[in-house]
Write a protein that binds this ligand. Structure first.
Ligand SMILES: O=C(O)C1=C[C@@H](OP(=O)(O)O)[C@@H](O)[C@H](O)C1
Ligand SMILES: C=C(OP(=O)(O)O)C(=O)O
Length: 416
């Protein structure tokens, strides 16, 4: 199927209410299921990734129910094991749920979408093995049998994904002796996402020491249940804000958090450095395009989710854009460095894949049908190119349901 993307005949102007953060929603759900009593999550993301998380936690015995737009979560007295838990293509499900099954009464097994088996799992599964679990498989599908004796240390290589550390951290306080997690590896991506995990645990009374940047010592103890409201997803916000910069328009996102641990926050600095004006007032973020968009040399190691949107802006900016520090996104929903290079070239833009990122010559994209590789953020990328060039389309729109099912409607409304 071909899905046409709207061309902006005029500067894009509007306000977009962005749905809840995927990262915060799925952490909140896991923590609520591990907590000492029931709690309520407001503003949760409604999307495939959060539905997969809800489904997985229910299979393990947690009671998770919608009550209007609130999610009520009651932890089980004891987790049950479950076979064939579906992770879809969700990194947060495949990396955060298996550690929970360390506490289950029996074995669990995990499956996912065809491409999910290419996403790295090694560091996480190694951590589960060191804690004492028996794990069969090195990627999806795999099976976890809980330990008979728990060890309190795991040293893993989390350079493939920060979610290995986050997944172990989430369950750590509930293990009989707590857990010391060490990362040993060349690089550690997405540190703000690990910090989000740490802060959400601390907010629930968990004691975590960080003797150095790559060691976390988690004391055993309960996870106190708390009710919370999820922030809007700032990475998903970036595609709408980018539309203003791409067209010389103005886009506002309300409910912008004053303090946030989401790495998507960094987008405001990136877009300002590329020439747009950014205003943060009264809990709203506004980006105004100045008609000038210049290439940028940027390290997105801490906020690699932003790569597809920044690559799209680089494609239409003046001069060269270099994105560094994101080698590990070869293991995201698809190999994003290969996918972005191929689709930029298909749209007539000169692009090269480097060892840890992309080099893009800004220009004028040509009409093309772009491949999305089942990756929601490849649609965001294509949508931005489509603003400048009539005749940009994608082969699949449904993959946006991973984190933003309303994207086609909200995007069409904004651009109209
Ligand atoms: O913990 C999280 O919620 C996430 C961590 C990051 O993963 P990586 O460290 O694998 O990039 C990020 O890219 C992903 O979208 C969400
Ligand atoms: C990398 C991403 O997702 P996941 O949580 O599946 O890793 C993403 O949303 O850009």
């Amino acid at each position: 199927m071909t899905h046409a993307l709207p061309h902006a005949a005029a500067p894009v102007v509007g306000t977009v209410v962005v749905p809840g953060s995927k990262s915060e929603t799925n952490r909140a759900l896991v923590l609520a299921a591990l907590a000492d009593r029931p709690s309520v999550v407001a503003g949760a993301l409604v999307s495939r990734d959060s539905e997969l998380m809800i489904g997985a936690l229910r299979r393990l015995g947690a009671d998770v129910e919608w009550d209007g737009d609130l999610l009520r979560v009651a932890p089980p007295a004891r987790f049950s094991g479950a076979l064939g838990i579906d992770c879809g293509l969700a990194g947060t499900v495949m990396r955060f749920v298996p550690p929970v099954t360390l506490l289950a009464a029996g074995p669990s097994s995990f499956v996912g979408d065809p491409h999910a088996s290419e996403r790295p799992m090694d560091g996480l599964l190694e951590g589960l093995r060191q804690i004492g679990a028996t794990v069969t498989g090195d990627a999806l599908p795999f099976r976890v049998t809980p330990p008979s004796r728990f060890r309190a240390e795991a040293t893993i290589d989390s350079s493939g994904s920060s979610q290995f550390v986050s997944g172990l951290l989430l369950v750590a306080p509930r293990l009989p002796h707590g857990l010391t997690i060490r990362h040993e590896g060349d690089t550690l991506p997405s540190l703000p996402h690990i910090q989000m995990t740490v802060e959400m645990l601390r907010a629930r009374g968990v004691v975590i020491d960080q003797p150095d940047e790559t060691t976390w010592v988690v004391a055993p103890g309960p996870i106190s249940a708390i009710d919370l409201t999820i922030e809007p997803d700032l990475t998903n916000a970036s595609v709408f804000l980018a539309a203003a910069a791409a067209t010389g328009g103005e886009v506002t996102v309300p409910a912008w958090p004053t303090h946030s641990l989401q790495p998507g926050l960094a987008f405001l600095d990136v877009i300002a450095a590329m020439g747009a004006e950014v205003a943060l007032t009264d809990g709203r973020a506004a980006v105004r395009g100045t008609g000038r968009l210049t290439g940028i040399d940027v390290d997105l190691h801490a906020a690699s989710e932003l790569t597809p949107v920044v690559a799209a802006l680089g494609a239409i900016a003046d001069g060269e854009t270099v994105i560094r520090g994101v080698a590990h996104i070869r293991g995201h929903e698809t190999d994003r460095l290969a996918a972005l290079t191929a689709e930029l070239r298909r749209a007539g833009i000169t692009a090269t894949e480097t060892s840890d990122g992309l080099r893009i010559e800004g220009g004028t994209p040509v009409a093309a049908r772009l491949n999305t590789y089942a990756d929601h953020r490849m649609v965001h990328f294509a949508a931005l190119l489509g603003l400048r060039t009539p005749g940009i389309s994608v082969d699949d729109m449904d993959c946006v349901s991973k984190t933003m099912p309303r994207f086609p409607v909200d995007w069409a409304d904004l651009v109209a």
